[in-house]
Design a protein around this ligand. Structure first.
Ligand code: GLC
Ligand code: GLC
Length: 627
């Protein structure tokens, strides 16, 4: 203990004197930064030490990192500093029931950043407060995994615009009450990034930025325990470089994994992160967090050091970009997903379990697994929030826990096979028009592509599909956190099979659910007689009611039986009417109102939900609320 205190003081002394020295060289005294250094340095030091303490240069590396933070803070604009201060007094701003997210590809949805800017009036019509623009940085052509192979974090893809435009878009969105979210693709760079080019040319400094080996010995040893993510693209996790060496590539061959065992890599990526923060980005979507630390003899997913790294990046933000938040993208076992969620790590997280179980419930017409997940896996720490969604730009993977399913008498392996065949329309009577993604004959694993509308049966029975789309969204819209819409889904956009002839997309079925802006469908959104209009009206209603119902905010849900708040969300996933008897509502006065339709209900009569109906009941608990 004593030793840690001394080490801490020694580190502080070295860091502070380096900061002082730099003052002569352009760094200005800054009481604000120094206050934050006092507060957060011990955390940063201990995280950094736990990652790199075995190296003789760790303290110099840490010193350099803090200097980077000081310089970046000095460059941060007064507007962003004002926002930092404002958010310090309202740290839970992102938990409001008014939060609503939307996600789109810049090119496919609006051609360019300028096009996105022109859509701001529509975003306001919809009620967005959070806009996730899919990766928009310089990337190889035509293969870039939809921009998830980044060639420079400081350059916008010239097809989409410029960094200046991104900066002014961020400011304009902010003026309109919309936070900007972009990806921080920090597990890997593209093979065209400067660092990768230098590594490929044999530069030893940059070869150390990646996991590069002279022969197959270590790659074989690592691969013994590592899962294949895109087996259709390349088997294993390594690819051979032109000079015969082997480089780690978890995803595609042109996405090279960064080596965070090297503190230079941490510092280099911290610099890129702070650069983005200073452009006015509010939230970084931390891509592929599960994979960022590797260790021989392990599956190289979800290792404890992955958390330490994220916490260290988070501590860097607290020093130099205090209002920046992280959203975790961990599409893994629900126990592991939860471990990334903390105010000190990722304040936001995708909720892949809820997403997958919405689809599971629609297929089975039985919400048991979803109900179980809401009961036992939904509540997360204070100061954090789920990003709840029906679908994303990625495939649907069936990431529920086999142990959970087992308790309900469901065999996970068989159930996934059923779900896959249901969603690719091989199961008799299926309404879904999905497409397989990464069918892996070796493991029997497969995931599903398709837009919300196509997976809900828009091509089969539009009226029922509309009901399913709305039912599906009623879950993320009533379970707190930030509901996230895939833009286009709000007008019931269907699959786009044209991807098969788009250069770079042919072999990736996820493009079937990344269609272009559906101008005609948007034009029909105000006509409730059309499927577009029906979906739009239903979603708009949920958005409005949610925005006016503070009970729908928050990170925790209260069990139905012990509900001491005053809104009950009900959803019927079955194809027949379901009645909840009066006794179910014993804890509430008889008079209730469905907030969505404004219909009055009498709970003494029980409540009957039609097939695929959902109700948000304003009820009055008989006992006064305890909280
Ligand atoms: C992510 C993205 C996915 C991409 C992968 C590699 O998880 O969501 O689209 O293929 O990371 O960057
Ligand atoms: C895997 C990864 C996830 C990635 C996805 C892309 O599920 O865990 O990070 O986004 O593949 O399909």
């Amino acid at each position: 203990m004593q030793e840690t205190v001394n080490e801490d003081q020694e580190a502080r002394r070295q860091v502070l004197s380096a900061v002082a020295r730099e003052r002569g060289a352009g760094l200005r005294p800054d009481p604000e930064f120094e206050r934050r250094l006092d507060e957060h340095f011990p955390t940063l030091r201990s995280l950094f030490h736990s990652l790199y303490g075995a190296r003789t240069d760790w303290l110099d590396q840490l010193t350099e990192l803090v200097l980077q933070c000081a310089r970046s803070w000095q460059e941060r604009s007064p507007e962003l500093k004002a926002l930092d201060a404002e958010r310090e007094t309202t740290p839970n701003w992102f938990q409001s029931n008014r939060m609503l997210g939307g996600v789109c590809y810049v090119d496919r949805y609006a051609n360019s950043l300028e096009g996105v800017r022109e859509r701001i009036p529509y975003f306001k019509e919809l009620g967005l407060t959070y806009l996730h623009l899919m990766p928009l940085f310089l990337a190889p052509e035509p293969h870039s995994d939809g921009g998830y192979a980044v060639s420079s974090y400081r350059e916008v893809n010239p097809r989409l615009g410029t960094m200046n435009q991104l900066r002014s878009l961020a400011a304009e969105l902010k003026d309109n009450g919309i936070s900007l979210v972009v990806d921080f693709i920090f597990n890997h760079t593209s093979d065209e990034h400067d660092w990768a080019r230098k590594a490929a040319a044999g530069d030893p400094e940059y070869s150390d930025y990646y996991w590069i080996f002279p022969d197959r010995t270590l790659p074989d040893a690592f691969e013994a325990n590592v899962r294949e993510i895109f087996p259709e693209n390349h088997p294993g996790s390594f690819i051979q470089m032109e000079d015969g060496r082997w480089v780690w590539a978890t995803f595609h061959t042109y996405q090279w994994d960064l080596n965070y065992a090297n503190p230079e890599v941490f510092r280099a990526m911290a610099a890129e992160m702070l650069f983005l923060a200073n452009q006015g980005i509010d939230i970084l979507r931390m891509d592929a967090v599960a994979f960022i630390w590797k260790q021989l003899g392990t599956p190289c997913e979800n290792l404890p050091q992955a958390h330490t790294l994220l916490r260290a990046f988070n501590a860097v933000c607290r020093l130099a970009a205090p209002s920046l938040l992280f959203k975790s993208e961990a599409i893994v076992h629900p126990d592991e997903v939860a471990l990334y969620i903390s105010p000190a790590e990722c304040q936001l997280s995708y909720n892949p379990l809820q997403m997958a179980l919405i689809w599971e419930s629609l297929a089975t017409r039985d919400a048991s697994l979803l109900a179980q997940a809401l009961e036992r896996r939904h509540n997360i720490p204070e100061g954090t929030a789920w990003v709840n969604y029906v679908r994303s730009h990625d495939d649907i993977g069936w990431t529920f826990a086999d142990e959970d399913a087992e308790e309900l008498g469901i065999n996970g392996f068989d159930h996934r096979r059923f779900l896959n065949s249901f969603y690719v329309n091989r199961f008799p009577g299926s309404f879904a028009h999905g497409v397989p993604f990464q069918d892996n004959p070796k493991t029997g694993d497969c995931r599903i592509s398709g837009t919300t509308a196509s997976l809900c049966g828009m091509e089969v029975d539009p009226a029922e599909a509309v009901e399913r789309i709305l039912l599906a969204h009623s879950v993320p819209f009533s379970t707190g956190g930030v509901p996230l819409l895939y833009l286009g889904d709000e007008v019931g956009q269907v699959n786009d099979y044209g991807y098969a002839s788009e250069p770079g997309h042919e072999e990736d079925s996820r493009w079937v659910h990344r269609p272009h802006f559906p101008a005609e469908q948007y034009a029909r959104r105000m006509d409730p007689a059309t499927p577009e209009g029906a979906v739009y009206a239903g979603l708009k209603r949920m958005i409005e009611v949610r925005a006016n119902t503070p009970e729908l905010a928050g990170t925790t849900l209260v069990d139905f039986a012990t509900n001491n708040r005053s809104v009950l969300a009900l959803a019927n996933f079955s194809d027949s009417a379901q009645t909840l008897p009066a006794a179910t509502f014993g804890g509430f006065s008889a008079a209730a109102v469905d907030l969505l339709s404004e219909a009055a209900l009498h709970l003494d009569d029980g409540v009957t939900l039609l097939p695929r109906q959902y109700l948000w009941l304003r009820v009055t608990p008989l006992q006064p609320p305890t909280k």
